[in-house]
Design a protein around this ligand. Structure first.
Ligand SMILES: Cc1ncc(COP(=O)(O)O)c(C=O)c1O
Length: 490
């Protein structure tokens, strides 16, 4: 039966039935009760359903057709058109579309949707940050494991799983991070989350007391973690970073949560030195603070001697280690995890339960099999070589052709590289002109709170092969013109 048969239309016993039907159908279209694309029944069926003559039905349809509310497609019938957006355009923005509406929570009212972190959509060569290569992912293996997980689930669907995640996945993650990152943990310490972003949200919920808790963040740093902590009511204090990572001596004494990216400072790329790691743990221990260690892309390390994770070095149960599969696998998976100290695990589980009960079960089981059968380790090994080669091409190109303008920041891991601008380079203008030439690069300024840091750019190389990296650099180089030899200063 066509859905329109269920539309209650009142047909007056006498008088102008055409007008009455027309008015009601038009209102139903404008209010969205009859959706664009919906097929109306043939006029004969319409007439029979509502007890009107065929002529009245045809005349009603004709009127709506002439006004553009309906359209006919040859041989297919009569359909509701997409008239609403056009009407909205004519009337200007709807009164309720303004983001300043006082009915919204004051914090979220002010937030803008972030620029997806992937750069301009028009860039044909987009040095997008934080986006891994998907074309080399063994999707066929994943498809097979996902089908198997779904089959097993359909035989034994569960109603209420642990908020901390599937036991098999927690055990697989514990083994993986113990091996790959020397993180000291067991399955019980792991809570599976919807990417790191949900981990930050949950940690903000359980660690922050609104308007009281002082949270120190790296500056420049990763805006999405700041946002979730600020949303929970934290007082955010930006702390500068240098070549050794977060400058621990600059931490405010009252900081109770410190957020860091020690393996690969985001966005500059520095590795936090052993000295600073020790100092940060000492700070946390003596001040009763906790550390959120965001180890977002540490799988892709390009040096031989990685430094231990803060979680590994911690003796005072003050570190929350956050990991993600967004870089090692792909971000659309939305799976990450927290290794939490024992005293916080119950609260974390309760917060997860009330936020989304638990992460999607079939995806968790698929990932557990992917790790347990060795695919994750194999894939990471393969991609480390791929990303390593891309990184070398990028670094060589920057060092060879851009040394008058950009100085790469030494780093040893990850999917992006930052370079600081030499004096005189207008980074914002370069980014804009690059965009016009189809090259997407990021200004480091977008990761800053205030205007504290140095100007520079970040280049992601996750999704660009070596030829495209070279092409991107060639286009960028053209924008900078000949090297100017500046007279030596006094
Ligand atoms: C610093 C940092 N942390 C975490 C993530 C990962 O976020 P998620 O796991 O929510 O995809 C990213 C992604 O770009 C990042 O740059």
């Amino acid at each position: 039966m066509e859905p329109i048969f269920e539309l209650p239309l009142t047909v007056p016993p006498r008088g102008d039935r055409l007008r009455a039907l027309h008015r009601q159908l038009r209102a139903a279209i404008l209010e969205g009760r009859l959706q664009p694309g919906l097929k109306l029944p043939p006029t004969r069926a319409f007439a029979a359903t509502y007890g009107v003559s065929r002529n009245t039905a045809v005349a009603t349809y004709d009127l709506l057709l002439s006004e553009g509310y309906l359209a006919t497609r040859r041989g297919a019938g009569t359909f509701v058109t997409d008239v609403l957006p056009k009407l909205a355009e004519r009337k200007g923005p709807r009164a309720s579309s303004g983001s300043n509406d006082r009915r919204l929570n004051a914090f979220w009212r002010e937030q803008a949707l972030p620029g997806a972190g992937t750069g301009g959509p028009s860039s044909s060569i987009n040095f997008a940050m934080g986006v891994p290569e998907l074309s080399l992912f063994p999707m066929e293996v994943w498809r097979r494991l996902a089908a198997r997980a779904l089959r097993a689930f359909s035989r034994q669907p569960l109603v209420n799983d642990s908020p901390h995640g599937r036991a098999t996945l927690r055990a697989a993650i514990a083994k993986h991070v113990s091996f790959a990152r020397a993180v000291a943990c067991s399955a019980d310490d792991i809570t599976v989350t919807g990417g790191s972003q949900q981990a930050f949200d949950l940690l903000a919920r359980i660690l922050v007391t609104p308007n009281r808790t002082v949270v120190a963040v790296e500056n420049p740093g990763y805006p999405p973690i700041r946002t979730m902590l600020a949303a929970a009511g934290a007082r955010i204090v930006p702390v500068p970073v240098d070549a050794e990572g977060l400058i621990v001596e600059r931490l405010p004494a009252n900081a109770r949560v410190v957020c860091v990216t020690p393996s690969h400072q985001f966005p500059l790329g520095a590795v936090m030195s052993a000295r600073r790691r020790a100092a940060l743990l000492e700070f946390a221990h003596t001040r009763g603070a906790v550390v959120i260690e965001d180890d977002y892309d540490a799988e892709f390390r390009f040096d031989d001697r990685p430094l231990d994770a803060l979680q590994t070095l911690d003796r005072a149960e003050s570190v929350f280690y956050v990991g993600t599969f967004s870089k090692s696998l792909f971000p659309a998976l939305r799976l990450g995890f927290v290794v939490a100290p024992p005293w916080a695990q119950r609260a974390l589980g309760v917060a997860k339960r009330y936020t989304d009960r638990h992460s999607a079960v079939v995806e968790q089981d698929t990932l557990a099999a992917f790790i347990n059968e060795g695919h994750l380790a194999r894939y990471v090994r393969k991609m480390r070589a791929v990303y390593g080669a891309r990184r070398r091409v990028l670094l060589n190109g920057l060092q060879k052709d851009f040394s008058a303008w950009l100085t790469p920041v030494p780093s040893a891991a990850g999917l992006h590289l930052a370079a600081l601008a030499t004096r005189g380079l207008d980074v914002e203008s370069l980014v804009e002109r690059a965009e016009q030439s189809g090259v997407g690069i990021r200004s480091l300024r977008r990761f800053e709170l205030g205007r504290a840091g140095k100007a520079g750019v970040a280049f992601g190389y996750g999704t660009l092969d070596e030829a495209r990296i070279k092409e991107g650099l060639t286009r960028l180089r053209r924008l900078l013109g000949p090297v100017k030899i500046l007279p030596r200063g006094p």
